[in-house]
Structures are given as C-alpha cells and as structure tokens.
Design a protein around this ligand. Structure first.
Ligand SMILES: C=C(O[C@@H]1C=C(C(=O)O)C=C[C@H]1O)C(=O)O
Length: 99
C-alpha cells in the first residue's frame, strides 16, 4: 500500500477511536445514572418490604430492548444478554440493601 493510503487509514482509525472513546464515556455516565435510580428503587423496596426482583417488569424491559436493538441495528440477543447482566447486578444490590 502507498504511504498516502497508509496515512489516510491511520487518520480514519484515529477518528473512529476518538468516537469510540466518547461513546464509552457516554455508556459509563449513563450506567452511573441508571444505577443511581436503581439504588433509589432498592431503598424504597427495602423500606416497604418489597422483593428485590420483579420478573414481570424485567420481561417487559427485555422485550422493549430487543425491539429497540433491532431498530438500532444492534444484535437483539446481545442487547438481551447485556440488560440481563445489568439487572443481575441491580438485584444483587437490592438484596444487599435488604440485609
Ligand atoms: C429496578 C428494579 O428492580 C429490579 C431491577 C430491574 C432493572 O435493573 O431494570 C428491573 C426489575 C427488578 O427486577 C425495579 O423493580 O424497577
């Protein structure tokens, strides 16, 4: 490949990586905000003796996220695994808040 083509590829790579870094920051801040709300929900559940998990709500969220993922060109199976992973962590927090 010519020096020019290599330099263009390097510039493109740099641009993509800068975008990836910004998007990763958005993901981290978004998750931080989400956990603030789930911690508040956990406090309410602990105060009112409600169960840590709500399977009906989880099912509705998974269905919603799968639909959103499909429309956003994201693998819905991946979206489902990702949300289940986050929800499992939230439920762990809620159990801790109740003990
Ligand atoms: C946050 C809640 O608690 C749990 C965690 C959920 C979540 O992280 O979205 C959803 C349902 C519950 O199993 C809730 O009940 O709304």
């Amino acid at each position: 490949m010519s020096d020019d083509a290599t330099a263009r590829a390097a510039a493109l790579l740099k641009g993509h990586r800068e975008s990836i870094d910004r998007l990763d920051a958005i993901l981290v801040y978004t998750l931080g905000e989400r956990f603030k709300h789930t911690q508040a929900v956990g406090k309410l559940k602990a105060e009112h003796d409600l169960p840590p998990s709500d399977p009906a709500r989880e099912e509705a969220q998974i269905a919603r996220l799968e639909d959103l993922a499909t429309r956003a060109d994201l693998d819905p199976e991946f979206a489902k695994k990702f949300l289940n992973f986050i929800i499992a962590e939230v439920i762990r927090h809620h159990r801790q808040q109740q003990s």
